[in-house]
Design a protein around this ligand. Structure first.
Ligand code: NAP
Length: 263
């Protein structure tokens, strides 16, 4: 028996990277999945992910929406419910990390980062929760970061503070929604080689330092994040609530060493 047979899930930012891996892992465990994306150029990528789910024998739909925009989120939920039904699992994965040092970061970058990384969790979860409350069951899983806990780079204070805010939002929602049978948890990746980090990891020196800084002496993978999401979405995690499951090789529990200073 697959662990999520018959469940319905929405993964924001599911067109590529970590989100794609989460979609595939949920589908492998039997869930129907709605794949959200926002940019026009990602429509084809999202369709490819849908085809991969269908090749696994699963059901999927694609839905375009900027998850930081309330009207678009409302319309996304309407489309998802029409295509796969009311969701049991919401994975708030969409995120951006524009690399700009604190002294240069623009107001536009700040707002876009917070809209995508924090407001999106508020908007999507506030719409998903009443449906979950009616069923007395639901799983909300937020994709956070090592940056939710420690400073990982001097170039993204807006990103780090947004991920820390999303961590506290996870805890607050867990307390408020737990009594309705909704588990709210999070996963915390360290650096994963996705489009988000392509330019950054293209420098072989930075790549080597990233690997060296990690206690496991390797980078994590998108699929490992998907595995952690499946666990938190499963019955095995019914009593886990308000937890941030780090999938970072232990990076966030390690005091920074001089050789860890990457930039
Ligand atoms: P990615 O490869 O850049 O993919 C980002 C995804 O989010 C894409 O599907 C993108 O859609 C979507 N997205 C961005 N803005 C959106 C918006 N406003 N509305 C809807 N969708 C939006 O990133 P990733 O590396 O997979 O990261 C996924 C999550 O993991 C993020 O929350 C990120 O902060 C977190 N994380 C990543 C790393 C890492 O090293 N990669 C480490 C720690 C945490 P489009 O394709 O349409 O642009």
């Amino acid at each position: 028996m697959r662990r999520l047979e018959g469940k319905k899930a929405l993964v924001t930012g599911g067109s590529r990277g970590i989100g794609e891996a989460i979609v595939i892992r949920l589908a492998e465990e039997g869930a129907s999945v709605a794949i959200n994306y926002t940019s026009e150029r990602s429509e084809e990528l999202a369709r490819q992910v849908q085809l991969k789910v269908e090749a696994l024998g699963g059901k999927a739909c694609v839905v375009r929406a900027d998850v930081g925009n309330k009207q678009q989120v409302v319309e996304m939920f309407q489309q998802v419910e029409a295509e796969i039904g009311e969701i049991d699992i919401l994975v708030n994965n969409a995120g951006i990390a524009p690399f700009e040092p604190f002294l240069e970061v623009s107001e536009e970058t700040w707002d876009r980062t917070y809209d995508t990384n924090v407001k999106s969790i508020f908007l999507c979860s506030q719409l998903a929760a009443p449906r979950m409350i009616a069923k007395g069951y639901g799983k909300i899983i937020n994709v956070l970061s090592t940056a939710s806990l420690v400073v990982t780079s001097p170039l993204i204070p807006h990103y780090q503070s947004s991920k820390a805010a999303a961590h506290m939002l996870t805890k607050g929602m867990a307390i408020e929604l737990g009594k309705y049978g909704i588990n709210v948890n999070a996963v915390g990746p360290s650096t994963v080689d996705t489009d988000m980090c392509t330019d950054y990891l293209a420098d072989p020196d930075i790549y080597r330092k990233e690997v060296e800084a990690n206690p496991m002496k390797r980078l994590g993978t998108s699929r490992q994040i998907g595995d952690a999401v499946v666990f938190l979405a499963s019955e095995e995690a019914m009593q886990i609530n308000g937890h941030l499951l780090m999938v970072d090789g232990g990076l966030s529990v390690k005091a920074a060493q001089p050789e860890d200073h990457i930039h």
